[in-house]
Design a protein around this ligand. Structure first.
Ligand code: PLP
Length: 423
């Protein structure tokens, strides 16, 4: 029952007498055992213990336990990237011939994964407007729908997800609700408290926070009922584990155990011990950092909103009149993250000039970092699209994603001011 900042420092690793205070890096692919019988039991999942770092490692395990504790879940699985976390989270439920409902306002890489790569694997995804009525969203469900997916705070609109409402829709249809909680982090929002069943993260973003290590994580709430008849893989024998039945053998931890022993075993997108060590350093200061990211972003959003001479609109949920103001008060009471979207008057070229004039904020293909960073989708990630195509995708040609770092707010504001004044 400790508070989140205490958990960030202490969960997952409890050194004994004379042991290292900081989390040790177990830089070993493998672990020794004294009998073939013991190794056999490990392979049959009858004994617990580390035997090969693709499946588990003491350093990675400590970080997984910490993140599970932060989110309030029964278990977690670290992965090599956020993309790997999303992929494994889905493939642990859906097969060729299955269908998923996803909100449309999600990270572009996830849209590609769902609309292109998963389609090639025979998994069909219908994208819905997260703000549509229950009845509209319900129309997307089919008899073969096996999951629903959304993002707590979605780019580039900085749209806040109504987690409780969408979880209810998913549950009425007998399927789990998976939430990508990357931008909020468990410091600002814990989706399980509002009915989400599975949480994913790109730990590359705020959790690491220092732009030093790619990573992802899947967390299981342990609350979804996999025995409701829709998920035979959980209730029927797994031939690759001598007929093991996941719900019988692992109860509330069936989903996350299967993700590890089946998906990670076969797909191999594991986090490394060194990567987990770096991620843990980031997690230790996450609450402190989130507080300042949010404080800085509020001030930047206010300033930008006051510059009506150069700015078309600002999306940030603390602003009065922001479309997501009320949802953010419910789901993100302690802060709305450090990411702002705004649009410069004059379109693509003027927005590009603004970015080129910035001196402190770095132009990087990254977000949610300790250093203020900025991206212009129309001249980078979305440069192949015409202005009309951009608008159809919810991105104005002048849209800028601004990720507030931990620098002094006076310096961030001065940088923005001088860049705007040159336009
Ligand atoms: N989810 C969100 C919300 C993201 O912003 C990103 C990356 O930007 C990802 C997932 C993918 O994570 P990664 O880049 O670690 O693979």
């Amino acid at each position: 029952n400790m508070k989140i900042s205490t958990k960030c420092l202490h969960s997952g690793y409890h050194p004994g007498n004379g042991e290292a205070r900081a989390l040790p890096i177990y830089q070993s692919t493998t672990f020794t055992y004294e009998s073939t019988e013991h190794v056999g039991e490990l392979f049959d999942l009858k004994a617990s213990g580390h035997f090969y770092t693709r499946l588990s490692n003491p350093t990675v395990d400590a970080v997984e336990q910490k993140i599970a504790d932060l989110e309030g879940g029964v278990g977690a699985l670290c992965t090599s990237s956020g993309q790997a976390a999303t992929t494994l989270a889905i493939l642990n439920i859906l097969h060729a011939g299955d269908h998923m409902v996803s909100t449309a306002t999600i990270y572009g890489g996830t849209v590609n994964l769902f609309a292109v790569t998963m389609k090639k694997m025979g998994i069909d995804v219908t994208f819905v407007d997260a703000d549509a009525s229950d009845e509209e969203i319900q129309k997307a469900f089919r008899p073969n729908t096996k999951a629903m997916f959304g993002e707590t705070i979605a780019n580039p609109a900085i749209a806040v997800l109504d987690i409780e409402r969408l979880a209810n829709i998913a549950h009425r249809n007998g399927v789990p609700f998976i939430v990508d909680n990357t931008f909020a982090t468990p410091v600002l929002c814990r989706p399980f408290e509002f009915g989400a069943d599975i949480v994913t993260h790109s730990t590359t973003k705020y959790m690491d926070g220092h732009a030093v290590q790619l990573g992802g994580v899947i967390v299981d709430s342990g609350n979804f009922d996999w025995t409701n008849g829709k998920f035979p893989e959980y209730t029927e024998p797994d031939e690759s584990y001598h007929g093991l039945v996941y719900t019988q053998a692992f109860g509330k931890a069936a989903y996350i155990t299967k993700a590890r022993v089946q998906m990670m075993r076969d797909l191999g997108t594991a986090q490394t011990p060194m990567g987990a060590f770096l991620l843990n350093l980031g997690l230790e200061t996450l609450p402190l950092r989130m507080e300042k990211h949010c404080r800085n972003a509020e001030k930047v959003a206010e300033y930008l909103a006051s510059r009506t001479d150069k700015i078309e609109f600002v999306n940030y949920p603390t602003l009065p009149g922001d479309k997501y103001h009320d949802l953010a008060e419910k789901y993100l009471p302690d802060g709305k993250s450090g990411v702002i979207a705004f649009s410069i008057k004059g379109g693509r070229e003027v927005a590009a000039k603004f970015i080129d004039h910035l001196k402190l904020a770095s132009l990087v293909v990254h977000v949610a970092d300790i250093r203020t960073c900025v991206l212009h989708p129309a001249s980078s990630t979305h440069r192949q699209l015409t202005d009309e195509q951009l608008v159809a995708g919810g991105i104005t040609p002048g849209l800028i994603r601004f990720s507030c770092g931990l620098e002094d707010i006076e310096d961030i504001l001065a940088d923005i001011k001088q860049a705007l004044d040159q336009l």
